[in-house]
Write a protein that binds this ligand. Structure first.
Ligand code: SF4
Length: 74
């Protein structure tokens, strides 16, 4: 079992165009709601969170280290 991630995700809804690449690349970390808007999921690993963020074609996903507050992606 993966250790709990220290990463937190911020999805900019003004930038997101609803492609669902994030959820397809990392379904453990991102899911689409009924309005085609992505949401971060609890319990995902660091790798899954970063994989989904890297899959976003418009850079809508920013990832932070919740312990230091530092931006780790992009
Ligand atoms: S990959 Fe990016 S543009 Fe596509 S749904 Fe996820 S956040 Fe939105």
């Amino acid at each position: 079992m993966n250790a709990p991630s220290r990463l937190t995700v911020r999805i900019d809804r003004k930038v997101c165009v609803g492609t669902s690449n994030c959820a397809e690349a990392a379904p453990a970390a991102y899911e689409m709601d009924e309005h085609a808007a992505p949401h971060g999921r609890d319990g995902a690993s660091d790798e899954e969170i970063l994989q989904g963020a890297e899959a976003c074609p418009v850079g809508a996903i920013t990832v932070f280290d919740s312990t230091t507050g530092k931006q780790v992606f992009p």
